[in-house]
Design a protein around this ligand. Structure first.
Ligand code: XLS
Ligand code: NI
Ligand code: NI
Length: 436
């Protein structure tokens, strides 16, 4: 049974095509820097927005028309969604998808029932993966929607909530492993605070670290060898989320001896909420060997929140891909569209337009980034800019073999510094534009 008889598999037709449901740039087998586009980008579709988003906002209910969904939290309805989801994944040629436990399977009236529901749906997910070849990029737990998580999950002041969250993650690790999930993501949900007046921050952070250690231990116990990822986000829903940005996450992981077990899943809209560019977050994580995966989306400068829009800005995608190529690719991660169609784009076909646009924007970003790298001028400027460090003195300092006293006598003798050179920012911006 097909839900979209009028839509056939989206194919690459090239930049001149006027077909709205064709790829103009995403040509899966095209080789760039020795690797196919498909392998560079490893596109993934998220279940929570694409299959569960309703278009509701604080001012009104959902608008989305989804004829296959009866709106109930029944297992039958969930099974129906699986079928439609895989038709969408396949028609979009997305090699991967990602889910929260509660997106795919309804929460039951007890934890036991929820586990059973999850098992039932996982069976169907496995069958559909088998049939279509679509794979699981990552699984995660929803530890934020149910009112029990009002104070957080692993950082809750209520020890039972911590235990409940542990049980949920344990189960989700088992399911993710059984579905061949290549990563497992922790996004902090409500792990943060609204007020320090009622918060024991030290205790909460200790608990969070303990939770992660248990997850690492359990993964080892069951032989789950997917990559653990933390997804930084600075605020929303709490005013301060503990995993606020790449640097804060890495500091936390290092402080609690968790660094070897985790990488980061960076999201564009979260980077900008943190007051950074995505390029910054990618570079920061990348040079520490912690670039794991990305949640590809964008915010809106005129709206303050995590609006999770589909990425269409070529500057952004090209900058992203420049960093990803620089740091050797995404490994077991992917370009995961944590993005939702606008409330006004309520028809099912909009799901296709949105993903086609996002995939093309990233494919084009990849081509632009590769062209900039092949040109080499931008890289050369950076190399030259630091060339003074390649001399004897620079090398000695970088090797950690210099002292203040030595540098003082060097400078006393020399008297004045060698002249500075221009940073050439505008020229570099122009070179970037040449390739857009
Ligand atoms: C929320 C996050 C969430 C994670 C998965 O802002 O982006 O969607 O990606 O829990
Ligand atoms: Ni996300
Ligand atoms: Ni987000």
């Amino acid at each position: 049974m097909t839900q979209f008889p009028e839509i056939s598999r989206i194919e690459y037709e090239g930049p001149d095509s006027k077909n709205d449901l064709a790829f103009k740039w995403y040509n899966p087998d095209e080789v760039i820097e020795g690797k196919s586009m498909k392998d560079h980008l490893r596109f993934s579709i998220v279940y929570w927005h694409t299959m569960r988003g309703t278009g509701g906002d604080p001012f009104g209910p959902g608008t989305a028309v989804r004829p296959w969904d009866d709106g109930s939290e029944s297992v039958d309805n969930a099974l129906k969604r699986v079928e439609v989801a895989f038709e969408i994944f396949e028609k979009l040629q997305a090699p991967y998808y990602a889910f929260h436990d509660r997106d795919v399977a309804p929460e039951g009236s007890s934890l036991k029932q929820s586990h059973a529901n999850f098992d039932r749906i996982a069976e169907s997910l496995a069958e559909h993966q088998q049939k279509t070849g679509v794979k699981l990029l990552w699984g995660t737990c929803n530890l934020f929607s149910n009112p029990r998580f009002m104070h957080g999950a692993a950082t809750s002041c209520n020890v039972d909530v911590f235990a409940f969250a542990a049980a949920q993650v344990k189960k989700c690790l088992e399911v993710t492993k059984s579905l061949g999930g290549e990563n497992y993501v922790f996004w902090g949900g409500r792990e943060g605070y609204q007020s320090l007046y009622n918060t024991d921050m030290k205790r909460e952070l200790d608990h969070l670290a303990g939770f992660f250690h248990m997850a690492v231990d359990y993964a080892k116990e069951i032989g789950f060898d997917g990559q653990f990822l933390i997804e930084p986000k600075p605020k929303e829903p709490t005013k301060h989320q503990y995993d606020s940005d790449a640097a804060a996450c890495l500091n936390f992981l290092r402080a609690y001896d968790l660094l070897p077990h985790f990488k980061l899943n960076l999201e564009t809209n979260h980077a900008t909420l943190a007051g950074h560019t995505m390029m910054h977050e990618l570079d920061y994580a990348g040079h520490q060997g912690a670039l794991g995966s990305i949640d590809a989306n964008t915010g809106d400068l005129l709206l303050g929140w995590d609006t999770d829009q589909f990425p269409t800005n070529l500057y952004d995608t090209a900058q992203c891909m420049l960093m990803i190529l620089k740091h050797g690719g995404l490994g077991s991660g992917g370009v995961n569209f944590d993005a939702k169609v606008r409330r006004e784009s309520f028809e099912p076909i909009d799901l296709f337009h949105a993903h086609v646009g996002g995939m093309d924007a990233f494919a084009r970003g990849l081509k632009i980034a590769a062209a900039i790298r092949a040109d080499g001028r931008m890289e050369e400027v950076v190399k030259t800019r630091y060339s003074s460090w390649d001399g004897e003195l620079g090398q000695k300092i970088e090797a950690g073999n210099a002292s203040f006293a030595e540098l003082e006598s060097y400078m006393l003798e020399k008297g004045e510094i060698a002249p500075n050179a221009s940073g050439r920012q505008e020229m570099l911006e122009n070179i970037f534009n040449d390739y857009l």
